[in-house]
Design a protein around this ligand. Structure first.
Ligand code: BT5
Length: 248
C-alpha cells in the first residue's frame, strides 16, 4: 500500500470531473495525497477543455500532490510524464500488457490510447499544489466514431476479459508514489530515464500542433523539464506543450 497517496480516499458514484471535485476540496484545505475516484464522470475533461469519455467500468481518479518549498517550477512538466510512466508500469505489472508512454500525457497499448493524464497546478496560500488526473479505460468500451486521432483501447479489450480496477488503482498509486518521492528528493534524472525507457514517441516521426503553430520532425529526446526535442531540417526544436501525432 502507498504511504502518502490515497491515505485519504473519497469515492463517488458520479461526479462532473474528479479533478474539479478534488480542486474544490484542495481550496478548502484538504490534505496532500488525497485521492478522489468516481465510477462515472459526467463532464470528464481532457486538456484544453476537451471532453473525456468516462462511462462505468473505467478508472477515473485524481490525486493531490504538494511541491516542497523551493521546488523548481520549471519541472512541473515532469508531472504528466511521471503519471504516464506509473500507469504504463502498473499495466505491465498487473496485466502483462505492453503499455508505453506517448508524449506528453497518454499511455498507449498496441498503439492505441488506453489512458490520458490531466495535470493542473495552483497555489493555496503558500502551498504549491498539483492535481494529477488519470483516466484509464479498464472494463469500459469507448464510444466509436468519436474524434480519436490514434484510436482507443481498454485493458479488458487487450487482455481478453474484465479485470479488477481496484488492483490496478493500488499499483498505479504505488508507482506514482515512488516517482513522487524521486521528484521531492530532486532525482529528476531517474524520472526522465524511466520515461525514456517506456517511451513510444522517441525516435518516431511526429506531427506536433502547438499553441503557436505546427511542425513535423523526428522526436529525439525530452529535456530536463519534460519538453519534447524535435529535429526538423537538422535543427532541434524544443516543444513545451502541444498535441503529438505519431506518423510512422
Ligand atoms: C487527456 O486529454 O488525455 C486527459 C484525460 C484525463 C482524464 C482524467 S479522468 C480523471 C480526471 N478527471 C477529469 O475530468 N479528467 C481526468 P487530451 O490529451 O486533451 O485528450 C483528449 C482526447 O482524448 C479527446 O479529444 C478524445 O479525442 C480522446 N478521448 C476522450 N475520451 C477518451 C477515452 N475514454 N479514451 C481514450 N481517448 C479518449
Amino acid at each position: 500500500m502507498p504511504r502518502l497517496l490515497g491515505r485519504k480516499t473519497i469515492r463517488y458514484d458520479s461526479v462532473t470531473s474528479t479533478n474539479e471535485v478534488l480542486k474544490a476540496l484542495a481550496l478548502e484545505g484538504i490534505e496532500t495525497g488525497t485521492l478522489v475516484t468516481a465510477k462515472v464522470q459526467t463532464h470528464g475533461r481532457g486538456r484544453l477543455e476537451r471532453r473525456w469519455e468516462s462511462p462505468e467500468g473505467g478508472l477515473w481518479m485524481s490525486v493531490l500532490f504538494e511541491m516542497p518549498p523551493g521546488f523548481d517550477s520549471s519541472r512541473y512538466g515532469l508531472l504528466p510524464l511521471m503519471a504516464g510512466a506509473s500507469v504504463a508500469t502498473a499495466i505491465l505489472m498487473e496485466h502483462g500488457l505492453d503499455a508505453g508512454v506517448k508524449w506528453p500525457n497518454d499511455v498507449l497499448i498496441a498503439g492505441r490510447k488506453a489512458c490520458g493524464i490531466l495535470g493542473e497546478i495552483f497555489t493555496v496560500g503558500d502551498r504549491h499544489l498539483a492535481i494529477i488526473g488519470i483516466g484509464i479505460n479498464v472494463n469500459n468500451r469507448v464510444q466509436v466514431g468519436y474524434d480519436f486521432s490514434s484510436g482507443t483501447t481498454s485493458i479488458a479489450e487487450e487482455f481478453g476479459k474484465s479485470v479488477k480496477t481496484e488492483v490496478l488503482e493500488n499499483t498505479v498509486l504505488e508507482e506514482l508514489e515512488f516517482r513522487h518521492d524521486l521528484l521531492v528528493s530532486g532525482e529528476y534524472d531517474k524520472i526522465l530515464e524511466d520515461w525514456r525507457e517506456l517511451s513510444v514517441t522517441l525516435g518516431r516521426k511526429v506531427h506536433i500542433v502547438m499553441p503557436g503553430g505546427e511542425m513535423t520532425g523526428i522526436a529525439r529526446d525530452i529535456d530536463p523539464t519534460g519538453a519534447l526535442l524535435v529535429e526538423m531540417d537538422d535543427v532541434i526544436h524544443k516543444v513545451n506543450a502541444g498535441d503529438c501525432r505519431h506518423l510512422e
